[in-house]
Design a protein around this ligand. Structure first.
Ligand SMILES: N[C@@H](CCC(=O)N[C@@H](CS)C(=O)NCC(=O)O)C(=O)O
Length: 237
């Protein structure tokens, strides 16, 4: 038997509500996937802020939960078999929360695999490639004289946006009429690319009207608006 209090991370971020899912995160594109999912499903949870400006993600307490030292991570005190379940990797967390809540994932087995396919298209493609655009366009890589690395990631991101554009033509959401985990994984990254990274013109976002349409619909959802700001930052981005 394990208790929530057995996890070293609870010493740095004590649980006020030990019966709730514990979320360790920061509102970045990967972080908000989980807060949006939790807001959409209504599962009770307690958010804890992991401050990058203080190197919290590299603390021994955080690394004891995620040896990859990246947010988001969760502990569900009431996981499978009634035992606490620690979990990292946003894609795995979304699948777990969909299964736990019985929401935002198709019931039909074939549709479920298709949703997982698009979820993994995000975690394996969109996230890493858009992230590199951010590095080379907004962060330290911006000052590199050689623009070939930036151009490579911009071209690949454009290609991925084209794949998404094709999928969304005539569709309300990635899986058709039903909003779900693939949308929750994907649109925080599109939002970040055109918003925070300011790379909309660079990737030619105007060439992807369906992506833009669905992004606007995503940002209009009340649970998305809430999730984008959880856990609340104490310092500006
Ligand atoms: N594949 C991971 C990626 C997580 C990730 O890259 N998180 C970033 C924030 S968006 C992070 O924690 N960065 C902190 C660091 O690299 O030190 C996931 O999907 O959960």
């Amino acid at each position: 038997m394990t208790a929530l209090s057995d996890f070293p991370i609870t010493r740095k971020w004590p649980a006020q509500h030990p019966d709730r899912i514990q979320l360790y995160s920061l509102p970045t594109p990967n972080g908000v996937k989980v807060s949006i999912m939790l807001e959409e499903t209504g599962l009770p949870y307690e958010p804890h802020l992991v401050r990058f400006d203080q190197g919290d993600q590299h603390s021994s307490e955080f690394a004891s939960l995620n040896p990859n030292e990246k947010i988001p991570a969760i502990i569900d005190p009431n996981g499978p078999g009634g035992q606490p379940l620690p979990l990292f990797e946003s894609g795995a967390i979304l699948v777990y929360l969909a299964d736990k809540s019985g929401q935002l994932m198709p019931d039909d087995p074939a549709q479920r695999y298709t949703a997982l396919q698009w979820l993994m298209f995000q975690t394996g493609g969109i996230g890493p490639m858009f992230g590199q655009v951010g590095f080379f366009h907004k962060f330290a890589g911006r000052d590199y004289e050689d623009k070939r690395p930036r151009d490579r990631y911009v071209a690949e991101s454009r290609r991925l946006l084209g794949v998404l554009e094709g999928r969304l033509a005539g569709c309300r959401w990635i899986m058709g009429e039903a909003f779900g985990v693939a949308d929750i994984a994907t649109f925080p990254w599109v939002n970040n690319l055109v918003g925070f990274y300011g790379a909309g013109d660079l990737v030619g976002i105007a060439d992807f009207p369906n992506v833009t349409r669905v992004l606007q619909a995503f940002l209009a959802r009340p649970a998305v608006v809430r999730g984008l700001d959880i856990p609340k930052r104490v310092t500006p981005r």
